[in-house]
Design a protein around this ligand. Structure first.
Ligand code: SF4
Length: 312
């Protein structure tokens, strides 16, 4: 059994891969690697997983993109019978462009230490996917640096479903401390690992409903796991940064009270090709500029476009 001391002595570098998050509609997932799409196609298909949710959303997004992308000519004579365009925030394209400019350095903590960089690329595919899920479970209410450190210590012990199940709670707790709510996470990780071993052959499920059914796994984690581990864009991953910034920029038609409400509101209008990019973009923006408390509005390119700009 791996002790916390051994994990420190054997610590291996957390995989840090600098990878652009800007991806076109046909691009693969972030993180798990270039072979993630083939993993998804080969293994999910073999498992007979249909992914009905994403298909429905894709139809919706295709409809929206027609409305957004109509050219000036298309808006001329003869277009009066087209359905009215869906609601969208008036300045969102310029606001997004400004955020992309501010984030062009890709130098926020999430860019180096986010979930895409916390798994062992040399591990077998299902182990990599398990590590992706585990890093997501550790990351809630926890800074990226702390999550990365915990993953580093766990990986030094050989991070697999079996190794975690063999580990006693005390050792697991010591290895993941000081991630937020570490005591609860010890319990959830053990319970989830047991389910993965018993029902998924040590792999993680490939659908959002199955993922959120696991103890300690929420919707944001599920959508990120689908993107990073399976290469499937199933929805927008909304955490506190995305929720806060969407509210400040009025990117939801009505005020939203929870990340889940914000996710649904954003998916109503944000073109699908931006769904995988938006999380990392806004998380880093929230870490560096649009801070939870005292946002740096003076340095923000959106200060004249933002209803929540302060001290101008
Ligand atoms: S102006 Fe301030 S509140 Fe608005 S997006 Fe920029 S940093 Fe955030």
């Amino acid at each position: 059994m791996c002790s916390p001391q051994e994990s420190g002595m054997k610590a291996v570098g957390v995989r840090m891969v600098t990878r652009s998050r800007s991806r076109g509609p046909g691009a693969g997932p972030q993180g798990v690697g270039d072979d993630a799409a083939s993993l998804r196609i080969g293994e999910a298909a073999a498992a007979g997983r249909k992914g009905s949710g994403p298909v429905k959303r894709q139809r919706k997004a295709q409809r929206l993109s027609v409305a957004y992308e109509a050219s000036g000519d298309e808006k001329g004579a003869g277009t009066e019978h087209l359905p009215a365009p869906a609601w969208e925030p008036p300045d969102w394209r310029k606001q997004l462009e400004n955020i992309q400019t501010m984030r062009s350095g890709r130098d926020a903590p999430v860019d180096q230490l986010g979930v895409e960089h916390c798994y062992d690329r040399s591990a077998p595919p299902k182990v990599r996917r398990y590590q992706v899920l585990l890093s997501l479970m550790l990351s809630s209410q926890t800074k990226d640096q702390v999550t990365a450190g915990a993953m580093q210590r766990l990986q030094a012990c050989g991070l697999t479903v079996d190794s975690v199940l063999r580990m006693d709670d005390s050792t697991l707790g010591t290895l993941i401390y000081p991630v937020g709510f570490w005591r609860s996470k010890v319990k959830y990780i053990k319970q989830t690992s047991a389910i993965l071993q018993q029902h998924y052959g040590g792999d993680i499920p490939a659908s959002v409903p199955e993922l959120v059914a696991l103890p300690g796994v929420g919707p944001k984690m599920a959508h990120l796991a689908m993107a990073v581990a399976w290469g499937t864009v199933s929805g927008i991953a909304v955490d506190t940064h995305v929720h806060r910034i969407a509210g400040r920029l009025r990117w939801t038609k009505k005020a939203t009270k929870s990340p889940e409400e914000t996710r649904a509101a954003l998916e109503e209008w944000l073109p699908r090709e931006l769904w995988s990019e938006i999380n990392g973009l806004l998380v880093g923006f929230g870490q560096q500029t649009c801070l939870p408390v005292r946002p740096r509005c003076q340095a923000c390119l959106n200060r004249t476009l933002c209803p929540a700009a302060r001290g101008l």
